[in-house]
Write a protein that binds this ligand. Structure first.
Ligand code: TYD
Length: 393
């Protein structure tokens, strides 16, 4: 069998659909199931949600929301300028411009289908196409600007359903000496962390290096360098060149990573069935913690109403009976309710004195949050996390 469903996480809403009311008339739900493709070794959702339902002019995520991310993008931009000196650079999924705005002295182009976000970079004077990335768009840009030296895309390619079209479009627009950099959550880290919350409507895929190699080779693309990142709880920054381009040598890291993945069992279905058992256990143990805290009358809130947390809350059925409210710094989430579980979200102004526990929705920013919340911790406040296994910190 080529494709096998290995985990059913139940019914889930659109993670970005933060609600205006706790009792919506109707809310869209889909079945969140995970699939292993035995041919390409690609892990994907069984049912894709229509892109326009997720990426539209109410899209809430702001890449600039975290200082950690802002600093990381600034640093990366400086590194790219120094190492590759691109004269024309394009970003697929430019969000609020956190990365592409660092390239003001060269031709910088954004592609961002969420019109509210595209407007932000347009206002910065950055040429932005508020369209979905596809072959037609790559031709349109090529006609105007010629081929591009460097294409960058962070946390976006994994959101696009048609990967063949995506890579065909990249091949079409990328110069012969050009570089394509993809940054997305790492499948291996997700498996190791039992971070099943990497799976939600927007993440149509969670990539391994193995699968990326398998699915890009037909599009004249070859991985020549990989960097492991801490972002999103463990991501890979993968550098591609065209196969005939001898300017860049393939780093030993690529082979090493492929070997590591093989050793871990990325190629085998049984790795995923084992992961599925760990996820079910994680659910049982997290519910146990919440039930215990409720029984002893502790006040629990959520910290960071992330997209990821939507998977945890809906899968474990944690609603406002268990989590009083969420605190979040994103202005567009303020005053809304979490999708599916209808927990109110308040603007972050510090953790109030009456709070005993905070569930780390933004566990990927644990270090930043722990530094910020020293006084909460000092007065005995505790955090709850579900990665790598449910516990009180
Ligand atoms: P993000 O890391 O992008 O995760 P996801 O892709 O799963 O949504 O989102 C982080 C969220 O957490 C964002 O809504 C901002 C919020 N946040 C806080 O409220 N306080 C903080 O200190 C940090 C770091 C994040």
């Amino acid at each position: 069998m080529k494709k096998v469903i290995f985990l059913d996480l139940g019914k889930h809403p659109i993670t970005n659909n933060f609600l205006k009311t706790p009792k919506p008339d109707k809310e869209f739900f889909y079945n969140l199931k995970l699939v292993f493709n035995n041919k390409t070794k690609l892990i994907s959702l069984a049912n894709f949600v229509k892109p326009k339902m997720m990426f539209n002019d109410t899209y809430a995520h702001r890449a600039s929301a975290s200082m950690t991310m802002q600093n990381a993008y600034n640093k990366l931009a400086e590194k790219i300028k120094k190492k590759y000196d691109p004269k024309k650079i394009l970003e697929i999924g430019s969000n609020d411009g956190v990365f592409i705005k660092n390239f003001k002295k060269v031709k910088n182009i954004g592609v961002e289908p969420c019109k509210n976000l595209a407007k932000i970079t347009k206002n910065m004077g950055i040429e932005t196409y508020d369209e979905f990335w596809d072959f037609k768009l790559s031709n349109k840009i090529k006609e105007k600007h010629g081929k591009i030296d460097l294409i960058y895309s962070a946390n976006t390619i994994s959101h696009i359903h048609n990967l063949s079209e995506t890579f065909k479009a990249i091949k079409n627009l990328l110069g012969e000496d050009g570089i394509f950099i993809l940054e997305d959550p790492s499948l291996m880290e997700s498996l190791k962390n039992v971070a099943y919350d990497q799976f939600y409507d927007e993440h149509s895929y969670v990539f391994s290096i193995t699968a990326l190699k398998n699915i890009t080779k037909d599009f004249d693309l070859e991985i020549f360098k990989i960097e492991k990142l801490k972002t999103h709880g463990g991501s890979n920054r993968v550098y591609f060149k065209k196969i005939d381009n001898k300017k860049y040598k393939v780093s030993k890291i690529v082979m090493k990573q492929l070997k590591n993945e093989k050793k871990y069992g990325i190629n085998q279905l049984k790795t995923y069935t084992k992961f599925a058992s760990k996820v079910k256990k994680s659910k049982r143990n997290l519910i146990k913690i919440f039930k215990k805290l409720k029984k002893i009358n502790k006040t629990v809130i959520g910290y960071g109403a992330t997209y990821k947390s939507s998977t945890v809350l809906n899968y474990c059925k944690l609603n406002s009976n268990f989590i009083k409210y969420f605190l979040d710094t994103t202005p567009t989430k303020k005053g809304k309710y979490t999708p599916g579980t209808h927990i109110p979200i308040f603007k972050y102004k510090g953790i109030p004195k009456n709070i005993d526990y905070a569930f780390l929705g933004a566990w990927n920013f644990k270090d930043e949050i722990f530094k910020k919340e020293k006084s909460f911790i000092k007065r005995g406040g505790k955090f709850i996390t579900h990665v790598p296994n449910p516990k009180i910190l």
